[in-house]
Structures are given as structure tokens and as C-alpha cells.
Design a protein around this ligand. Sequence first.
Ligand code: DAT
Ligand code: MG
Length: 150
Amino acid sequence: MERTLIIVKPDGVQRGLVGEVLRRFETRGLRVAALRLIRIDRDLAARHYAVHQGKPFYHGLVAYITSGPVAVAAIEGPDAIQVVRRMVGATRSNEAAPGTIRGDYALTVGRNIIHASDAPETAAFEVDLYFAPSDLHAYERATDPWVFPN
Ligand code: DAT
Ligand code: MG
């Protein structure tokens, strides 16, 4: 089992895509371990996007992610990190494959609807950035054995 972090960015919230994005992960069989609607402030944005500091798009990226409420979720399942990244699609939305979230709902890199952790280290760091341990629900759904049998 893996856990990863997704954020429906301000454009996704404004466009009414929170339910659609979560639906895709849920119907794939992934489990929501935690869920919040928050406004990311500049300090949190700086910590989240620290690896991009100094890049030409950094200030625009921080302005975008802090521009409105976002929906943040911790998502669990077998190989959840890579499975979710593949469902999200390419960073440059114009290159994202149809069937992916970006490929179905976005057109540009600057408004690409969703963030998802890209590796085990970043997933652990990002889940910790947005959720306290007590926010993460450990539970089994009745359907889990039908999706990922032991
Ligand atoms: P991803 O969100 O697919 O993990 P990333 O981590 O490389 O992509 O970059 C984080 C975000 O920064 C990305 O979702 C959109 C923005 N971004 C990346 N490259 C960009 C570029 N060349 N121009 C503008 N924005 C960019
Ligand atoms: Mg990234």
C-alpha cells in the first residue's frame, strides 16, 4: 500500500471539478484517507514548491496556487503514487493524453487543474505538509478485498 497527496488547484475548484477528480480516484479503487478544502498561503506555497524556487515560472506558480481555495486529499492504494500520476497526465496539459485528468480538462501548463506527488519521498513530505497524523483515517472499506485482495 502507498499513500500520495493530490491537490485540486484553484482552477479545478472554480470550474467545479472537485467531485469529478475525486470520482476518478474512487472509481479506480483508490481510497480517500484524508480530505480538506483550504486556502494555501504564501508560506505554505513556498514550502510546497521549494524545489521550483528560482525557476522563471515560480512567482506565477505561487500566485496561481494561492489564488483561491483548493481541495487537498491523501489517497491510498497499491502503487498509489504512480497510478495517480498516470491518471493526472503530463505536466504540460496540451501534451496530456486524453483519458487523463489534464488531458480531459486542461489546455495549458499554467492552469493544469491538479497536483499529485511524484515519488515516495515527496508523497511523505507533502502528506505531512497538509495533514496531521490524526487527520489520516485508517479504515477498510467493504469493497477493498474486491479491489486489492491479499
Ligand atoms: P507536475 O505538477 O506535473 O508535478 P512540476 O512538478 O514539474 O509538474 O511543476 C509544478 C507545477 O509548476 C506544474 O504543475 C505547473 C508549473 N510549471 C511547471 N513547468 C512549468 C513551465 N515550464 N511553465 C509554467 N509553469 C510550469
Ligand atoms: Mg511536481
